[in-house]
Design a protein around this ligand. Structure first.
Ligand code: ADP
Ligand code: MG
Ligand code: MG
Length: 252
């Protein structure tokens, strides 16, 4: 599904990703861990095509297509999800209005019929039920006063509605209480399927107590320096990141 080879990327003239390799197959959950500033969020942003991230070397193939050649909207329509980011609070503008616009833009790009408001509402109700999310979130204005936990719940809800093939979740672990964490995990677990893959970007191990990853990778200084199964996350929890950085980089 996803093959990243020798990816180098730069932000504001600074080299951040320095030869990253990663292969993800359908149905797999990959956890990307690593110290602060390693380039984890940069990886997510590069994959989703966010402005300001310049790829200087390497390739990313997604379902046989050159992902880096696609515009951000085309990547989303192809099934790559990174939480929709709202730059500002928009008082009085309904949260779901934006989600419907995003979904219909993607459907249109895929040559599928757009959903009218009744069809969309039906979809939303189904997803809220599966995700065990209260509909209170829907009626809120975009980003207005969302807590950290509510932003995460909203992100999971967006993912459920957009039904991506590859979901990239960049965890802002801080600010999530245990209930929010469990809810995020429940939402992800409900969305796991043989066709869908996840990149779970996280600084801490605790999310992985609730979402069992198939693979755990350590990203340090712009590269995957260690890969393993979930036991690697436990080792990191106990021993920190210092030991990985001392070992030579291996292809991951
Ligand atoms: P991580 O998510 O692993 O903590 P990031 O990918 O956010 O790391 O950041 C990696 C490095 O790139 C950091 O040194 C950070 O300061 C820098 N960086 C990331 N995004 C930007 C940006 N938009 N402008 C300037 N520097 C950035
Ligand atoms: Mg960081
Ligand atoms: Mg980050």
């Amino acid at each position: 599904m996803l093959k990243i080879e020798n990816l180098h990327a730069r932000v504001e003239g600074k080299d951040i990703l320095k030869g990253l390799n990663l292969t993800v197959n359908p149905g797999e959950v990959h956890a990307i861990m690593g110290p602060n500033g390693a380039g984890k969020s940069t990886l997510g942003n590069v994959l989703s095509g966010r402005d300001g991230y310049e790829v200087t070397e390497g390739s990313v193939i997604f379902e046989g297509r050159d992902l880096l050649a696609l515009e951000p909207e085309e990547r989303a329509a192809a099934g790559v999800f990174l939480a929709l980011q709202y730059p500002v609070e928009i008082p009085g503008v309904n949260n779901t209005y934006f989600l419907r616009a995003a979904l219909n833009a993607q459907r249109k790009a895929r040559g599928e019929a757009e959903l009218d408001s009744m069809q969309f509402l039906k979809l939303v109700r189904e997803k809220l039920k599966v995700m065990q999310i209260s509909d209170e979130l829907l009626h809120r204005a975009v980003n207005e006063g969302f807590s950290g936990g509510e932003k995460k719940r909203n992100e999971i809800f967006q993912m459920a509605v957009l039904e991506p093939k590859l979901a990239i979740l960049d965890e802002t672990d801080s600010g999530l209480d245990i209930d929010a964490l469990k809810q995020v995990a429940q939402g992800v677990n409900a969305q796991r399927s043989p066709e869908r893959a996840f990149l779970m970007i996280t600084h801490y191990q605790r999310l992985l107590d609730y979402i069992e990853p198939d693979f755990v990778h350590v990203l340090a200084d712009g590269r995957i320096v260690e890969s393993g199964d979930k036991s690697l996350a436990l080792k990191l929890e106990q021993q920190g990141y210092a030991w990985v950085k001392e070992e030579p980089a291996v292809a991951g």
